[in-house]
Design a protein around this ligand. Structure first.
Ligand SMILES: *[C@@H]1O[C@H](CO)[C@@H](O)[C@H](O)[C@H]1NC(C)=O
Ligand SMILES: *[C@@H]1O[C@H](CO)[C@@H](O)[C@H](O)[C@H]1NC(C)=O
Ligand SMILES: *[C@@H]1O[C@H](CO)[C@@H](O)[C@H](O)[C@H]1NC(C)=O
Ligand SMILES: *[C@@H]1O[C@H](CO)[C@@H](O)[C@H](O)[C@H]1NC(C)=O
Ligand SMILES: *[C@@H]1O[C@H](CO)[C@@H](O)[C@H](O)[C@H]1NC(C)=O
Ligand SMILES: *[C@@H]1O[C@H](CO)[C@@H](O)[C@H](O)[C@H]1NC(C)=O
Length: 222
């Protein structure tokens, strides 16, 4: 009768309540409420990240073209960096209403941040630690209808080309929205990986928050 979770509940209460059917019913009710809340919270988190991960045809063409370009230079293909792709999508969304000719204005070179509104919020949304972006570069272009040939030549025939030719960049994240394409190049060192060393901390505090919520609800339903 005393299942694992009920046993934990009983231990928390410090008394043996497992044979009390009224307490059991209340416990079951509160447990299902907590599970419902958790389900909704997790569902939201998942749909947010899934929404920023969708890949358009223009993005796939560009990835292929960029790797073809790398091969022609005898460099390794870029590996896909999903955090960088998340950030690239957020930036492309943010730029969608900007005038096309300003693309270079929103780029970033190593050691600088792009002049993109809400950039720090996007880092958070994508679970990226600020310190892991320093050596990366963010390269937006805008091209009517995102014509694959024009997009590719905008990267290879502009000030951006030198980054594509640099063997220190090993990863890529690509995002697009409307006429905007954003390429983020990452390194395989901690200063340019776009990884989220800070997300561990965020996850732990999220865990604590969940535990607090759980205990709070239990107390509420005593
Ligand atoms: C590198 O990318 C090109 C173009 O997408 C592809 O044809 C090739 O197979 C890739 N090479 C490796 C080693 O993955
Ligand atoms: C861009 O414009 C559309 C339509 O006016 C609006 O719904 C959207 O919020 C704007 N996006 C940004 C990032 O400003
Ligand atoms: C980032 O680096 C700075 C300086 O080295 C350090 O003070 C800060 O704690 C780091 N932030 C994170 C989130 O790791
Ligand atoms: C890219 O190409 C488009 C049209 O071909 C052009 O208008 C734009 O200025 C170019 N440069 C950048 C950085 O987007
Ligand atoms: C790659 O990074 C190293 C160390 O930061 C640097 O010394 C080197 O010049 C870089 N290589 C290129 C091609 O930029
Ligand atoms: C990082 O990338 C460089 C250049 O492509 C490569 O030589 C090195 O082995 C890579 N290091 C790791 C840890 O993957």
């Amino acid at each position: 009768m005393c299942s694992d979770s009920i046993f934990i509940y009983c231990s928390l209460q410090g008394t043996a309540l497992c044979d009390n059917s009224e307490t059991m019913a209340i416990f079951k009710l509160s447990l299902s409420l907590v599970l419902l809340v958790l389900h909704v919270v997790q569902g939201n988190a998942k749909s947010t990240s899934a929404g920023t991960q969708s890949t358009s045809t223009a993005e796939s063409y560009l990835l292929e073209d960029l790797n073809g370009y790398r091969m022609s230079l005898h460099l390794n293909n870029f590996t896909e960096n999903s955090n960088a792709a998340c950030l690239a999508n957020e930036i492309a969304d943010q730029l969608q209403n900007e005038t096309c000719k300003n693309a270079f204005h929103f780029s970033s070179t190593p050691g600088t941040k792009p002049k993109v509104p809400k950039f720090d919020k996007f880092l958070d949304n994508c679970d990226i630690n600020d310190n892991n972006t320093v050596d990366g570069v963010i390269l937006p272009v805008c091209v009517p209808r995102l014509d694959p040939f024009l997009v590719f030549s905008n990267y290879t025939k502009s000030q951006y080309a030198k980054y594509l030719k640099d063997s220190n960049y090993t990863g890529v994240g690509i995002g697009s929205e409307d006429i905007w394409m954003v390429v983020i190049l990452s390194t395989n060192t901690s200063t340019g990986s776009f990884s989220g060393a800070a997300s561990l901390i965020a996850n732990i505090s999220m865990g604590n928050y969940t535990l607090a919520l759980f205990l709070g609800l239990l107390l509420l339903f005593r």
